[in-house]
Design a binder for this molecule. Structure first.
Ligand code: NAP
Ligand code: GDD
Length: 347
């Protein structure tokens, strides 16, 4: 039986990856950070099957201790402050977790001389303001946030340790992937929750930022399969994972609202844009500059040809199915959203 350790096991990807590895017969361990509120809701259904260890990727000693006691065959470093907008508010912490976190992990494997394969959760945000589209493994980086800059440090650290010490460590350069387990701080879930809220009688409009941002959105369970495949190769290499399809925030909204029974019609541009109920004319979506970022990444589109060719990986869930799954989930769970991003307006 192989042993895997997942940092970030309580997150969207960590929870799906834990499920996948359990299905494959792994002994699964996870790094859990202490929180004053309950933070295991995504993995509570795996209770007793995943062994949790308290630790934090900003704390070298805890990383060393947990890695040495688990002695994993595979280590998936998913822990991160993963919200791009928030990284402008907490840039130093973001660097501690997202840049130095993997350095601590690599040293925890290198110092005791463990034979352990390492996956680093790298990101399409590295491409930022990319000069070419679509982006693949050889596209130059142009990061545009403290988050992306921290992840760029992590990317090069993985390559350095791979070449300097022969450690099997890889970067998975993953484009956006979403699911029913996505936090409401990200635009997709914010939209699907709001679309369902309107079906339950929400009155106030949904406030969004840049409606014209373009992303390559896939389904998270497909992407954790790709992570695992990257660690089963004979030689360590970096891979892009993406759907190869690009859609706007506006389009995401229109489909989610349609699934919830609302014919959303757009009018106007920029700050004046509104989304109206095609039947009643009521304004359901407005633009609020509080959700504009200090620097925006306006367009990302991935080319995952290398993953298809060498890993045999092709994402199964397409854009429309993704939107439908997320919206259906929120329609079937009648809880009003908390407007999780409201604090940006006040801060
Ligand atoms: P997520 O839902 O925000 O999960 C992040 C995980 O990291 C959570 O388990 C969180 O714990 C944990 N964490 C945060 N800071 C930590 C610290 N200091 N020490 C230990 N654990 C810490 O993110 P995700 O969507 O699953 O993404 C997983 C990884 O992939 C992240 O590194 C993200 O940057 C990267 N990524 C994501 C995407 C995407 O579209 N989802 C695309 C490219 C790359 P709590 O539960 O306690 O908060
Ligand atoms: N969050 C949010 N809220 N984003 C909005 C909103 C809003 O109200 N309105 C428009 N957007 C736009 C953002 O400006 C951005 O261009 C796009 O929607 C996507 O934003 P997010 O869903 O917050 O995700 P992200 O693309 O910034 O980052 C995600 O994907 C990266 C991979 O490309 C995260 O998962 C990162 O961790 C990941 O690395």
């Amino acid at each position: 039986m192989k042993t895997a350790l997942i940092t970030g096991v309580t997150g969207q990807d960590g929870s799906y990856l834990a499920e996948l590895l359990l299905q494959k017969g792994y002994a699964v361990h996870g790094l859990l950070r202490r929180a004053s509120t309950e933070n295991t809701s995504r993995i509570d259904h795996l209770s007793g099957r995943v062994t949790l260890h308290y630790g934090d990727v900003t704390d070298s000693l805890s990383v060393l201790n947990v890695v040495e006691s688990v002695r994993p065959d595979e280590l998936y470093n998913l822990a991160a402050q993963s919200h791009v907008y928030t990284s402008f508010a907490v840039p130093e912490y973001t660097a501690q977790a997202d840049a130095l976190g993997i350095l601590r992990v690599l040293e925890a494997v290198r110092l005791p001389g463990l034979d352990c394969r390492i996956y680093q959760a790298s990101t399409s945000e590295l491409f930022g303001d990319a000069a070419q589209s679509p982006q693949n493994e050889s596209t130059p980086f142009s990061p545009r946030s403290p988050y992306a800059i921290a992840k760029q440090y992590a990317y090069w650290t993985v390559r350095c340790y791979r070449e300097a010490y022969g450690i099997f460590a890889v970067n998975g350069i993953l484009f956006n992937h979403e699911s029913e387990r996505r936090s409401e701080l990200f635009v997709t879930r914010k939209i699907t929750k709001a679309a369902a809220d309107f079906a339950f009688g929400r009155d106030e409009p949904l406030r969004l930022g840049n409606l014209d941002a373009l992303r390559d959105w896939g389904y998270a369970p497909d992407y954790v399969e790709c992570m695992w495949r990257m660690l089963q190769q004979n030689t360590p290499e970096d891979f892009v994972a993406a759907t190869g399809e690009q859609h706007s925030v506006r389009e995401f909204c229109r489909l989610a609202f349609a699934r919830a029974g609302v014919d959303l019609r757009w009018q106007g541009e920029g700050l004046d844009a509104v989304g109206m109920d095609g039947k009643s004319g009521k304004i359901l979506v407005t633009v609020d500059p509080a959700f504009y970022r200090p620097l925006e990444v306006s367009s990302l589109l991935g080319d995952a040809e290398k993953a298809r060719r060498l890993l045999g990986w092709v994402p199964k869930v397409g854009f429309e199915e993704l939107v439908n799954r997320m919206t259906d989930h929120d329609l079937s769970h009648k809880t009003r959203s908390k407007d999780a991003e409201l604090f940006y307006k006040d801060s």
